[in-house]
Design a binder for this molecule. Structure first.
Ligand SMILES: [Fe+2]
Length: 241
């Protein structure tokens, strides 16, 4: 049996990531996958990146859209989006506070990745195989999943970005989103992750929600005098607007 821990959309929420790490025996996993968006919206980007860097070769980490915006700022480019001041402040705070080593690491990440386990080709994407900004939900029409399956060399797609956990099999291809470690939108602030098991070629996916100390995220935001809307976002587990 092979076991893979599926994580994504941590958004610098290290208290949530730490709670997942503490609840599991990480040594048992053959790989630990991260579907992108390591940074922005909480104040622990360095602790978050360090956690994945410490896993060395065991970790497969890709870039998300928020990470790309941080890289833009780090490279001295103009940030067009987001437009709202209270959203922009989180991107600039992140780029100002990332260590040199972690900035270099972030810039080195690929937009997508893949792995082969027991003849099973697994693709890792932020949005989807064909678009890093695509939002896929359990309610997305099957025709969209069929289109992705048709054009795919992978029998398993691991994706993030929509922050909605799901597992569905369409046209023989498994589509899995572990949800968001750091920023769920469904009104339940608990952290979300999934475990993928490959047992004699069979794929089994389990989704989990566990509590974590949200107050530590709030403390970090207050200490750095960041907008109060983010405290509310983390406490309620709801999207900003
Ligand atoms: Fe995200």
């Amino acid at each position: 049996m092979k076991e893979i821990l599926l994580l994504g959309d941590v958004h610098a929420n290290y208290p949530a990531l730490k709670a997942i790490g503490a609840s599991l025996q990480l040594d048992r996993f053959d790989r630990i996958i991260n579907t992108g968006d390591l940074t922005v919206y909480s104040t622990f980007p360095n602790e978050t990146i360090d956690w994945f860097r410490n896993l060395e070769d065991k970790a497969i980490v890709i870039l998300g859209n928020t990470d790309k915006r941080v890289i833009k700022i780090l490279k001295g480019k103009k940030l067009k989006k987001p437009k709202k001041k209270e959203k922009r402040v989180m991107y600039f705070w992140t780029s100002d506070n990332l260590s040199t080593e972690n900035s270099t690491y972030l810039k080195s990440l690929p937009k997508k990745s893949e792995l082969l386990i027991n003849d099973l080709r697994i693709g890792v994407f932020h949005g989807s195989l064909d678009d890093p900004n695509a939002q896929l939900f359990p309610s997305t029409p099957d025709s969209r999943f069929i289109e992705l399956a048709k054009n795919s060399p992978y029998s398993v797609h691991i994706m993030g970005h929509s922050h909605v956990p799901f597992h569905k099999v369409v046209a023989g291809v498994h589509f899995i989103n572990p949800g968001s470690v750091g920023r769920m939108f469904d009104g339940d602030p608990r952290t979300s992750f999934a475990i993928l098991k490959i047992i004699s070629g069979e794929i089994v996916v389990e989704h989990f929600r566990i509590p974590y100390p949200v107050e530590d995220v709030v403390k970090g935001l207050n200490k750095n005098r960041l907008p109060d809307i983010y405290c509310r976002m983390f406490l309620t587990g709801k999207k900003l607007n």
